[in-house]
Ligand binder design. Structure first.
Ligand code: NI
Length: 218
């Protein structure tokens, strides 16, 4: 754990195995249902983000926002308590709470790249973190997360495109059940999914209790 915390401070990201098989399988079932609801049952809401891909025929789901409000127990519970909260407390070094939750869906063969960005720059480094719990193995071919190590320490107004050009850029594969934690300030993105495998993750943002947030800026 301390090696993980060291890497998180230095690089701005680190991975750790965090969830057992039974919880993972419950979460995967819920995720299957959420995707089916959109793809097979035609369910639509402002929380289901999709795009129309050329030649795809059907809308391509890429994000379910406000995931904790979608009425599915294992995910609601994950947002409220449990292993990610335990991990977040260690990372934050203080009592924290979950401030946002989404599922990222990278559809096989269809998912677009996520452009390089920083989630927030309105907080200092080492303050707020996103924890991505992978429901599927995440590899380069299905668009694993990629980071510019140390970029969480750059000034608020650092040029994201230049930062990536300068590099280095580090893809970070993860196994299903792993959590990849990243500082909200670190520069990151992901590629298209060129494989036949899904890449789904549940992302929960954590902040120390008492921190006043001024909205999402990236
Ligand atoms: Ni992000």
């Amino acid at each position: 754990m301390s090696a993980m915390l060291d890497q998180l401070r230095t690089d701005g990201f680190a991975a750790v195995a965090a969830v057992d098989e039974s919880l993972l399988s419950e979460l995967r079932s819920e995720a299957d249902w959420l995707v089916r609801r959109f793809a097979d049952e035609g369910y639509r809401s402002d929380d289901y983000w999709f795009f129309n891909a050329a030649g795809a025929g059907e809308p391509v789901l890429y994000r379910v926002h406000n995931l904790e409000n979608q009425g599915s127990t294992p995910i609601t519970r994950l947002y409220a308590e449990g292993p990610l909260h335990t991990l977040a407390k260690e990372i934050l070094g203080t009592r924290g709470h979950a401030t946002a939750c989404a599922m990222i869906v990278k559809m096989p063969g269809l998912a677009a790249r996520v452009p390089w960005h920083r989630d927030r720059t309105s907080v200092t480094a080492h303050t707020m973190f996103n924890l991505s719990l992978f429901l599927d193995d995440s590899v380069l071919e299905n668009g694993c997360l990629e980071f510019v190590p140390g970029s969480h320490l750059l000034p608020d107004d650092a040029d994201v495109a230049q930062t990536c050009e300068r590099g280095p850029v580090q893809p970070v594969p993860a196994a299903a059940g792993d959590v990849l934690a990243h500082d909200v300030r670190v520069v990151h993105g992901s590629r298209t999914n060129t494989s036949t495998a899904y890449r789904r993750s549940i992302v929960i943002e954590f902040a120390p209790v008492g921190l006043v947030l001024t909205g999402r800026d990236g």
